[in-house]
Design a protein around this ligand. Structure first.
Ligand SMILES: COCC(O)(O)CCCCCNCCCN
Ligand SMILES: [Zn+2]
Length: 667
């Protein structure tokens, strides 16, 4: 299924008609440069073009009051003076004779996107709209917003498709207070927002934008605010919040639909956000959400004011929605202290609502240390003086070209096993290097004349070579001896390829520990067997009480440990090994395979036992980028498992900074 793109030039036909410094950044060019970039990069014509429509009164009244709608209806007939007068009653927003029309199109575009996804016309999609929506409230325009596009879309989706749970992820750099107010007592809509806050110093300077606004009454726990109390947040800060807050909760919540308030003012270069995350981070943020809700994801543009980083971020998002592998994340070095503080506060505030956070560290007597932090930051701000923010031009590298290999998934299968559609059957290549074949013969193939094993291994080696050359994206091999095949790939990757290899071993087996010494290989093994505590940082045994058969424990280990570690390690190849007795179920297996494709530009090589031919189709579907089936609402992970994970994380976080979830104990 494809990706919808919704855009209409009409939404560029309104602009600020008078002087207002607060609003001058919201210009029509935001939409034109974004759409033109999608065309220039050949992404627009890979999408399914879906037309906009006007939201009806009934649609708008799902969120807004009648008096507000009636008032806005009058604006097309107002004189300039009346428009200015009308605007004065709201904050940081402007009206224009054509803005009501455009606001109906923006909300209607979001609804068209919901319909396209919910009817299965497309898998996911993006709506490029203005005016944006997440600040507008039931009876008020605010922050460039007239109608709350995404809030209307959520209510519409629930009403028309009877959805039980909708997740709204707001990665715009401002707090979408309008969305929070709309759903704060509603447990069927989980609203997640991070936003520049600076201890309430940053617009809209609301007390209720802080981490302790968790929702009200039945909605308690279903509103998650991550305040950024400093500017300059980077890719590591964003990824650690996804791995340690949003994703564990999102998987536990198990939404039927994911809506994204896709604001790109959280990217580097933006005058509002003043953050330092690179545009390609949105490829990863999008990818990490694409296995929720069976892949049903609707992204609706909110903010984004730098006319260079905005189109780059939009292209990164759409290219990932189209299924192209994400670029390797530039050197992630772990969250900054301020981000860790926010992470700790948010996890602590929500520990009572989400079982995945139940063991999150409690807030220490935080008042003291927070006050200390605030005083320090206040002094810093005073020193800096309130001179106009030095708008020195931020520079950043052009996002990497994301070339998709000609072969998406190559399969090495024994005779008689059908190769699923979309995959290429990959046989022993004649050009297998005789030196390598001989080495294989010596080291791995016990009885030399076992030509079958030799053929399979040399196929594996040439498959790895072709992945290295980006001729093949991912691979799957059914082998007679999984452990031997794993050793063979590890050895080849460690010696022949100068790059880093991440081995994810699902199930019990002896693992090559010596190769992990050279730092070229990190091996994470999920099993139920207590293994001798390996001291080296490169072999990580994750011992779960029920091994991989308990979905919630296993998934928390994947989200809170494997993913952050994998992102920080940044391998060039991921070797995913499924041992025959792993006990992992298909849906968890597909989630794992899908999530790991965010690493190594999607270069995932899966090894499975020859006998597991029924696993070929589900694995191939994950390698082709199809969304994994939903896991259902996750129950509490076993206390023993959480204990193991917390202990592991504390042991490893010295080496792997992305595993941190609390600020280092300040002396
Ligand atoms: C949903 O709208 C997208 C948005 O969140 O980006 C709107 C931001 C309004 C920012 C208003 N203050 C501007 C002060 C000028 N320095
Ligand atoms: Zn914004």
């Amino acid at each position: 299924m494809g990706t919808a793109l919704i855009y209409d030039e009409e939404m560029t036909r309104y602009k600020l008609l008078w002087v207002d410094p607060a609003c001058k950044i919201e210009v029509p060019e935001r939409l034109t440069v974004s759409h033109e970039a999608l065309i220039k990069n050949g992404l627009a014509d890979r999408c399914v073009s879906v037309p906009v429509r006007e939201a009806t009164d009934a649609d708008i009244l799902l969120v807004h009051s009648e008096e507000y709608l009636e008032a806005v209806k009058k604006t097309p007939y107002m004189t300039l003076e009346d428009l200015k007068e009308f605007t004065l009653q709201y904050g940081d927003v402007y009206f224009h004779p054509n803005i009501y029309h455009c606001a109906k199109l923006a909300a209607g575009a979001a609804l068209q996107l919901v319909d396209s996804v919910m009817t299965g016309k497309v898998r996911n999609g993006m709506a490029l709209v203005r005016p944006p929506g997440h600040h507008s409230m039931s009876s008020a325009a605010n922050g460039f917003c007239v109608f709350n596009n995404v809030a209307i879309a959520a209510q519409y989706a629930k009403q028309k498709y009877g959805l039980k749970r909708v997740l709204i992820v707001d990665w715009d750099v401002h707090h979408g207070q309008g969305v929070q107010y709309c759903f704060e007592d509603d447990p069927s809509v989980l609203y997640f927002s991070w936003h520049r806050y600076e201890h309430q110093k940053f617009w809209p300077q609301l007390r209720e934008s802080d981490y302790d606004s968790v929702g009200k009454e039945k909605g308690a726990g279903f509103n998650i605010n991550v305040p950024w109390n400093k500017v300059g947040m980077k890719n590591s800060d964003y990824l650690s919040v996804f791995c340690h807050v949003l994703l564990p909760v999102a998987y536990e919540f198990c939404p039927d639909l994911v809506l994204v308030c896709a604001g790109f003012d959280s990217a580097i270069g933006d005058p509002e956000g003043e953050m330092c995350a690179s545009p390609d981070i949105f490829a990863h943020l999008t990818h990490l959400l694409m296995n929720l809700a069976g892949g049903k994801l609707c992204a609706v543009l909110e903010g984004g004011y730098n006319l260079t980083s905005l189109p780059q971020s939009v292209c990164q998002t759409v290219q990932t929605l189209l299924g192209d592998p994400a670029p390797r994340p530039a050197n992630l070095d772990g969250p900054c202290e301020s981000a860790l503080e926010s992470l700790h506060c948010v996890r602590s505030a929500h520990r009572q609502y989400w079982s995945c956070l139940k063991h999150a560290a409690k807030l220490p007597t935080f008042e003291i240390s927070t006050k200390r932090v605030k005083l320090a930051e206040e002094e810093e701000r005073l020193e800096k003086g309130d001179e106009e923010k030095s708008q020195e031009e931020q520079v950043w590298p052009e996002p990497p070209k994301r070339v998709t290999p000609p072969i998406r998934a190559a399969l090495v299968l024994p005779n008689g096993v059908a190769c699923p559609d979309g995959c290429e059957s990959f046989g022993a290549s004649e050009d297998a290097d005789p030196v390598i074949v001989n080495k294989l013969r010596e080291n791995f193939v016990k009885d030399a004349d076992d030509c079958h094993a030799l053929t399979t291994l040399s196929s594996l080696i040439s498959l790895v070579e072709k992945m290295e050359k980006n001729e093949i994206c991912s691979g799957l091999a059914l082998v007679c001896d999984v452990s031997m095949a794993m050793m063979c790939v590890v050895q080849h990757a460690a010696t022949a390829l100068s790059k880093r290899l991440l081995v994810v071993c699902v199930g019990d087996t002896a693992v090559p520990s010596d190769d992990t010494e050279n730092g070229k290989t990190v091996l994470v093994q999920f099993s139920s067997k207590e293994s001798e505590e390996q001291k080296c940082k490169y072999y990580i045994p994750v011992c779960l009480k029920k091994g991989c058969s308990d979905a919630s424990g296993f998934l928390q280990a994947v989200l809170g440990l494997l993913l952050p570690l994998g992102y920080e390690y940044d391998p060039s190849l991921v070797l995913l090994v499924r041992m025959p007795d792993s006990g992992v179920c298909d849906s968890v297996w597909q989630q794992l395979t899908g999530l790991l494709q965010g690493l190594a530009q999607g270069h995932t090589l899966v090894l499975m036992q020859e006998g597991e031919k029924e696993r070929v189709a589900p694995t191939a579907s994950a390698l082709l980028g199809d969304a994994a089936p939903s896991l259902g609402q996750l129950h509490s992970p076993l206390p023993e498992d959480v204990e193991v994970l917390e202990r592991l994380r504390h042991r490893l976080q010295g080496d792997w900074k992305l595993l941190q979830t609390t600020a280092p104990e300040t002396g």
